[in-house]
Write a protein that binds this ligand. Sequence first.
Ligand code: HEC
Ligand code: HEC
Ligand code: HEC
Ligand code: HEC
Ligand code: HEC
Length: 480
Amino acid sequence: MAAQQANGPGPGSAVAERRRISWLIHNPVTYAGAILAASSFIIIVFLLLFELVGGKVTTYLGVLVFVLMPTTFVVGLILIPVGMIWTRQHPPAAEAVLPGMRPFPVLDLNDPIQQRGFILWSAATLVFVGVLAGVSYRAYNFMDSTEFCGAVCHTVMKPEYVTYQHSPHARVTCTACHIGPGADWFVRAKISGTRQVFAVATNSYPRPIPVPISDLRPARETCETCHWPEKFYGEKLRQWTTYQLDEKNTPQQKSMVLKVGGTEAQLGYATGIHWHVSADNKITYAALDKDRQNIAWVRLEKPSGEAVEFTRSDVPVTSDVLAKAEKRTMDCMDCHNRPTHHIIPPGTALDASLTAKRIDPSLPFVKKKGQELLSLTYPDEASATRAIEQGLTSFYQTTYPDVYAAKQGAIKAAIAEMQQIYRDNDFPEMKVDYLTYGDNIGHQSTPGCFRCHDNKHVSPDGQAIRQDCDICHTPVTVKQ
Ligand code: HEC
Ligand code: HEC
Ligand code: HEC
Ligand code: HEC
Ligand code: HEC
């Protein structure tokens, strides 16, 4: 080494250094890295400019700009030094004798060429880091967006995305409920998201998607960032119209007053249905199944420290079964489990269409026929669309030929409306319909409130969780 240095152009000499850098760069890996990085960079900058001047970055374009391109960009940047390091360690035969070979390059800022190179390199790094920071910020926002959650894995999220778009939460992002604020849940969600992407790529995801009940973040950190649990809602009048399954589709006006309640600020105590989530009460329960339908034990704790426990009187549960069951503190989600992904049963959807006159109530038996057609199971949307059209058309052609002749337009409109109801509430590709996910809010389609309010959950002194109709709402009144 020493002899070579003495004879050669000298260690770190500018000429030797330049030659070395140039042969380090000329290798296929570094070339590929540079091309990859440069082309991704140009695409990113182009698309960011496109967005800046008001262009719409669609979901798929978004995946390209914010996820794929930055990844290839960084991979390209990494490949550049990887190629150089590899060549340094495996020098071509002709260069093996190059003088002044040291483990790391020598930087001499007194050499004008190296100086320029260094300034260029620093400026490029600054620009790269700036653009990458901008892209990462947009990537974060993009992955938080409703389109990303709802539309990227199109089929998989269709039931949730479609129902969401018709819900009171249509302007709330998916992540406000599913992830909530803070970095830890974001990271957790992205890890589970990666698993889900794998399931989609390998087509191994379950149909229907199971409810994420046990993985959902507590309502305190999601729902309650917008809704104030102690808010007093008072009583809520609910009025609706149902149509009977007779020839005339006879309407019935129904109403009830729901005692939603809450904590009344002036009075300082809680009443009504939202009494459960008042700060004064803590209700803990244990369910024996993972869907939390079979509730075996309920404990009510008051601020005074006084506590009452209710256990099933009809099927007593042994204490070791109970010890193993998960104990959960009741929150919003125990009643409002479908605040957004609410699938409407055919009868209820038809009632709404008849009330809005999107279906003409003068068409004989239109509700009964519609309910029959919408309650059947179809292999896919196309066959449902056909079956609804054929079913309704042939019904009027054969049973009511004069109605069929006189009300062509109304029949066509009814068919279109029923097909729309199907598209909004049936998702055969995910095996989801109105029976798939139970709603706990009432006690009509699932036990709901009656999971506890069944007169069978009894305290040691014989007091049961009440089922008296009037604690929750006034009786339903019906006007013909
Ligand atoms: C207002 C809060 C809220 C919003 C907004 C919301 N979800 Fe949900 N989501 C829930 C709750 C609560 C559940 C659990 C349902 C249950 O336990 O029955 C759920 C369940 C799900 C499930 C599991 C399958 C199922 O239907 O139970 C998926 C998938 C899902 N949501 C996707 C989405 C997507 C995609 C969006 C945005 C387009 C979204 N959610 C927006 C509250 C929300
Ligand atoms: C980002 C804010 C936000 C979050 C988070 C949120 N909501 Fe809402 N919620 C709203 C808005 C806005 C409305 C619509 C109010 C309106 O239309 O009057 C609403 C309406 C509701 C309603 C009334 C629905 C109706 O039929 O009128 C219920 C019930 C409800 N939310 C429950 C929940 C539950 C349960 C969660 C948690 C899973 C939740 N919300 C999370 C903002 C939010
Ligand atoms: C014990 C069950 C239960 C719990 C727990 C519960 N709710 Fe409700 N909530 C109801 C019922 C029942 C209604 C009335 C149903 C309806 O409007 O169809 C209601 C109504 C509402 C409404 C609409 C009020 C209005 O005037 O339109 C909002 C908003 C709401 N709840 C939010 C919440 C939030 C947020 C939580 C958690 C802090 C919560 N609820 C906890 C059962 C519950
Ligand atoms: C996990 C068990 C549980 C579930 C589920 C449940 N409750 Fe309750 N609820 C209780 C307990 C315990 C009490 C106190 C005992 C009583 O009042 O009978 C109570 C009391 C009430 C009260 C009386 C509040 C007061 O002012 O004293 C109302 C109203 C009520 N519940 C409505 C509902 C409604 C509506 C639902 C369904 C949307 C529901 N509950 C679901 C456990 C439950
Ligand atoms: C623990 C509270 C609670 C008790 C007790 C209760 N209900 Fe309800 N009920 C509800 C809630 C909540 C709803 C759903 C309201 C909604 O969908 O907005 C409901 C809905 C109904 C409806 C359906 C209205 C519709 O949508 O067609 C009827 C009918 C009804 N209740 C009758 C009764 C009768 C009869 C009793 C007495 C045996 C009773 N309820 C006891 C909470 C209760």
